[in-house]
Each structure stands twice: as C-alpha cells, then as structure tokens.
Design a protein around this ligand. Sequence first.
Ligand SMILES: [Fe+2]
Length: 392
Amino acid sequence: MRPFDYARIPPIYFGAGKLNRLPQLVKQFQGQIVLLVTGGTSLQHSGKLARVKNLLEQSGTTVHHVACDGEPTVSMIDGTVANHRTLAIDVVISIGGGSVVDAGKAISAMLPHDNSIIDHLEGVGRGIAHSGVKKPFIAVPTTSGTGSEVTKNAVISEVGVAGYKKSIRHDNFVPDGVIVDGELLTSCPRDVTAACALDAFTQLLEPFLSPKVSPLTEAIALSGLEAMQDSLLPACTTAAADVAVRERLAYASLLSGIALANDGLGIVHGLASPIGGFFPIPHGVVCATLVASSVRANLRALRQRAPTSAALKKLARVGALLVESSERSVEDPCDALVDVLDEWTTLLQIPKLSQHGIQGKDLEKILDLAENRNNPIELTRAEIRSLLEERL
Ligand SMILES: [Fe+2]
C-alpha cells in the first residue's frame, strides 16, 4: 500500500438535536465569553439565532454576535477582529454556510494578533507564516457544501479586476469541534442547496480521481458519493424538509471536506478560484455549473490519451454507483455519469457563467490562472476553454 499522511479530523457531533451539545463544547474550552458569527439574516428570521443565544446564555455564557454577509474579505475580518479584540473572547462559533464558517475560522485565527490577515494570505500578502496561535473555534454548518467545517484553511476573497480568492492556512485552524444538526439544515433554500450539493459532489469526485489519492480518501469519497446518490435531488426538491435526507447530504459534504483537505482537487476547483476572484459568483455555483462539462472533458481526454488508466475505471465506478437504483439502462457507466450530471444541472436550474456576467472575452484571463493540479489528466488550454464555453 502506498504511504500517506492524514490531516487531523475534528471531533464531530452529528445528528438531529446535537446542537444542544454546544454549551458543553464551549465549556470544554473554558469558554465564558463567545463570539457568535452568523450570515446575513436567515438564521435570525427563522428564530434559530435566538434559540442558540438562549442555549448559550442559559449555561452562563456571554454572547457577542456578529453577522457577516457574503464571502469574507480582508476588511471584514480585520474590522471584526478590531471590534472584538478587547472583549476577552474565549471561543468563536460559526453557525452558517461555508462563508460564515470561513469567516469564523479566520477571525479565530486573527483575534490573538494585531496585524492584518492579508499578511498571511497565500500568494497575495507579505508571506508571513502564521504562528498557529488562535482562539478555539467551533463550526456549525447550516448548508451542505464547502466542507470547511473540517479543513485547515479559510478562503478570503477580494472580487474585481485584480480580484483573488486566497487562503489563510495552518494545521491548527482545523476547527476544534463540529456540530452537524439536521434541524438546522432544512431551511436552506433550493438554489443554495443545489449549488452547494454539486460543489460537495465535486469535492468527493476530484480527490477520488486525484493521482495522489490515498486508500483512506478513496473509502471516504465513495461513502460520500453513495450518500449523495439518494439525497442530492430529494434535498433540492420533494424532501427539502426531511431531516434524514438533509443529514445524508450533510454527511457527504463533511466527507468531501476531509477528502479535499488530504488529496487535492481537480480542474473544476482549478477554475473556481480565478472565476470567483474576478466575478461576484458564489463558489458553489461555479463548481455546480462546471462539474458536468469538466467530467465530460476529462472522460474524453482519458479515453484518447490514457485509455487504460485507473481514473477511467474510477469514473465508471462512480457512474455505476449513481445509477444503481434507477431504471436507466446502462451501456457505459462513464457515459451514464455524464448523463446524470447533465440531468442534475438541468433539473436544478444551475445558472450558466454568463448569468453572472462572464463573457467569451473573459476566458483568456481565467485560463491564464487555471490550475490543472491533481486533475486525473493534464487538460490542454483548448480543452479547458471548450469546457468553459459549454457553460457560457
Ligand atoms: Fe468547492
């Protein structure tokens, strides 16, 4: 067996009702004063914010709350840290989608320090290594997509002509606890659920096909893909209020975070980073819109240039897994995989790139920054251009 290293996985509390463990978890870190990070307003409107605050306050915890709307930026993180540095925050808790988890992770990393987060952002800052000293951080995801609840990086975005999406990263930034409670997941709207779910699907498929994949990630990715097979469409359509279905999707998302953190990502995420930097388009939407065309491009390239590769056999395995409970007659499971992804893209009304302002003239600058790293085969610039054009 090939040797491999594996990153730390946080303690995970998974299932309906597990939110009630939050006060106990805070106490484990000697937390008296917490900073609760949430998104815009949906948690507030659903009454769940009040419930969480009550839960913490009843256990004698002082709660400060900050709402972070949109993907975290340098100014958002620096501003929040400056406003809370003197409040003796013991523990940071994020309850929200991937952006909220990333924001809380970054805030917990910067609270003990008085410099700007940009100093530590990979590739754009001053390249100063973070010491790893941070406040304890608990992640409570309310969407099933990024897997950020189990990873050691937080993505910070600046959108625009000189835009970027770059990470602050340290082994210590893996959250200190994760609570996945299905009851928090059912209010996630259909379009967000769909984009996040296809992002998580991509984060399972890409590490599974990665040339450096470990047997542990292969097992994790397959378990996630299996859970996704019967939960992705129902969670977006007929069973959106079904806690058990939402939890299967959340389980897949959690596993996708573990898989991507250890064995890397392919061309979809290699494109998501520059596209998300240049244009105000959510990460989940970029991945969702590109996954079918990218798998088609990979399949074509593998058949032409690596017809006996392990990656082709793996694509067939995933295809067979996705159609095993359907009535569909399958001649080639690889083609079936592409067909299922095309169907999901259409049925879930995933927006095209042009709906977020991307035009043909923008492709060159995206291609200049696209990364092929950990893709199962090196795609040519023309192949990547063509998969983008399919989704313009
Ligand atoms: Fe992703």
